[in-house]
Design a protein around this ligand. Structure first.
Ligand SMILES: NC(=O)c1ccc[n+]([C@@H]2O[C@H](COP(=O)([O-])OP(=O)(O)OC[C@H]3O[C@@H](n4cnc5c(N)ncnc54)[C@H](O)[C@@H]3O)[C@@H](O)[C@H]2O)c1
Ligand SMILES: [Zn+2]
Ligand SMILES: [Zn+2]
Length: 373
């Protein structure tokens, strides 16, 4: 099918997205075609352009946060029908590998291939200017039609608005799960969340959900501070130093139970200030992507060991998409998870570069591309 898509021809060079004609193949074995309603703008796609996540191949069709309606089924796609409403999980889960069957589907073996630039069978589903196009996370949601593996497709109820459901493809579970699962948050915790973007704002929602007593949001952008409070943060400040003072007062100098890092880019100097704010035995969670070749980090290892703290990485918020995506739609339906308010601004695909500029200037919780044709 001929359609349009936003491509990077030179990933890692900050050259921006080119919206142009693409050809999307029909689904093969264990694949379906989905007509998308919307795609969220996540910082991880920015990382393809700025090189924080380097790709050794091109071109790439970006986008990994989408939801829509199934329009065509390939062979062996039992359980799905044309017309089904689905969220696309940015990490596929096969349901059969060791990690999937042990309840850690964010670690599914299939996830190893999501940046390989080809579909799981090693071929391309998208073509442009006569070349095979790789798709971000096997998805490529910066196009109104996508052909995707069934292992990345999660069916949802038809009453959930699809543009809101799109955010459950990445930012919502990643942030919410970073609090609920990765940080193992407990009732009454004092929590610090560093960086209030599409991911961090959902970490605020997760902290609230788990009954955190104090939720301190850090972001230098005043709009983000206001939004954090609207989503349930008890305090919002602009810097680590201000947060550290609050934590000290609130905990009689004990420190925060959990510190969750969701800034746009994780640099090596972010972790030690987080550790200084964390109580003995507390947990630090790192969700942000870091420049892939970065190896240096300032970190007081003596204190780390001798105070029994834990540093926990968080991929997809440690969620299990087949369980947690339907759960989050249910929490939304019952008023326990905000989705509508996450969308600060909508864009046409043609305005995608403006959407990324707005994200980097801190104007949006989430910008969302709407496909209405
Ligand atoms: N681990 C995963 O599975 C996963 C999934 C999705 C996104 N990510 C990563 O999470 C990060 C956040 O993504 P996003 O879409 O929310 O980004 P975003 O651009 O929407 O938000 C980042 C926020 O961090 C703030 N910030 C930047 N530096 C800061 C600092 N030093 N202190 C406090 N706040 C600071 C910015 O003002 C902005 O509000 C990115 O690195 C992204 O690649 C990881
Ligand atoms: Zn993402
Ligand atoms: Zn698996």
């Amino acid at each position: 099918m001929k359609t349009k898509g936003a491509l990077l021809w030179e990933p890692g060079t900050n050259s921006g997205w080119s919206v142009e004609e693409i050809e999307v193949d029909p689904p093969k074995r264990r694949e379906v075609m989905v007509k998308l309603a919307a795609s969220g703008i996540c910082h991880s796609d920015q990382h393809l352009d700025d090189g924080v996540i380097p790709l050794p191949w091109s071109p790439v069709l970006g986008g990994h946060e989408g939801a829509g309606v199934v329009t065509e089924l390939g062979p062996e796609t039992e359980g799905l029908e044309v017309g089904d409403h689905v969220v696309l999980s940015f990490l596929p889960s096969c349901g059969r590998c060791k990690m999937c069957v042990s309840g850690k589907s964010n670690m599914c073996d299939l996830g190893n291939g999501v940046l390989a630039g080809v579909a799981p069978d090693g071929t391309h589903r998208v073509h442009a200017r006569g070349k095979g196009v790789g798709c971000m996370s096997y998805l490529g949601t910066f196009a109104p039609y996508v052909t995707v593996p069934v292992d990345a497709v999660v069916k949802i109820e038809k009453d959930i608005p699809l543009d809101k459901a799109a955010l459950i493809g990445c930012g919502v579970p990643t942030g919410w799960g970073s609090s609920v699962y990765a940080a193992d948050m407990q009732l009454g915790d004092t929590v610090v969340i560093v960086g209030i973007g599409g991911v961090g704002i959902n970490a605020v929602q997760g902290a609230r959900h788990k009954g955190a007593r104090n939720i301190i949001a850090i972001d230098p952008v005043p709009f983000k501070q206001e939004q954090a409070q609207a989503f349930g943060a008890t305090h919002a400040v602009g810097s680590y130093e201000e947060a550290a003072k609050l934590v000290e007062q609130m905990t009689n100098g004990q420190g925060a139970d959990r510190v969750i890092i969701t800034v746009g880019v994780a640099y090596g100097n972010l972790l030690n200030p987080a550790q200084e704010m964390t109580r003995r035995g507390g947990v630090m969670v790192l969700t942000s992507a870091a420049p892939i070749m970065q190896r240096d980090m300032e970190f007081d290892l003596f204190t780390f060991a001798m105070s029994g703290k834990r540093l926990q990485g968080s991929l997809y918020g440690t969620t299990n998409s087949r369980n947690d995506i339907p759960l989050m739609t249910e929490l939304y339906r019952t008023g326990q998870l905000k989705l509508d308010e996450l969308i600060t601004k909508t864009y046409k695909l043609e305005d995608i570069n403006q959407a990324f500029t707005d994200m980097q200037e801190g104007k949006n919780l989430r910008g969302v591309i709407m496909y209405d044709d």
